[in-house]
Design a protein around this ligand. Sequence first.
Ligand SMILES: [Zn+2]
Length: 254
Amino acid sequence: MSWIKFLGTGGARFVVIKQLRASGGLWLNLSDTNIFIDPGPGALLRCLSSKPKLNPADLDGIILTHRHIDHSNDINIMIEAMTNGGFKKKGVVFAPKDALEKDPVILYHVRNQVDKIEILREKGSYTLGNISFSTPVRHVHGVETYGLNIQGENSTISLITDTRYFDGLESHYDGDIIIINVVRLEEKEGIDHLSLKDAEKILSANKPKLGILTHFGMTMLKAKPWELADKLSKKLNIKVIAARDGMTINLDTV
Ligand SMILES: [Zn+2]
């Protein structure tokens, strides 16, 4: 069975610093390859307290979509945990260049613990074990940021991480499952995040088999994301759900 587990569904600073939702990122298991995506604050804790427990030593790699702290905070400890405290050199870390350069979020001393660090680039294609994925376009998000199209055995998964909406965004992410980081309920000038309206635009253009809203900021949380997802489902006539902390999606049945 292939699956994806949400170890966090909170986004942006206030939801994260108050931990109104967890912020541990996503664990993806695809045909027995395990990749962790965006290990934000609490990623390690959420793995170990997960039921059943997720063992970071089983990971084959880690993807960082961008360097913001709600996505990257636990990356160093997750690298340590993946590599048995640095004693078992293994795994690949994928990250944008600016996560590794000035004021790097990936510490120099843990870089030697992994087999390889691969730099994410616009229009890049990457493979790790049974997983291949691409980073079709650079997002508009202050720091270097890439979303993912992940090729599964029977389905493709698009993960639209943080970005401001830009023309044609939806044309880059046409997965069977589309996961969207929806931080804001309403659009706001000068904010580099997607709003609910942007998510609706993307889902109605691409009509995935399943749309998943996640990475909620305060305005989304207050508006009850599960009700908003329900309304979207009915309006667009596609299945849309709001992610919950600890939720697992069986990718074989989507
Ligand atoms: Zn961000």
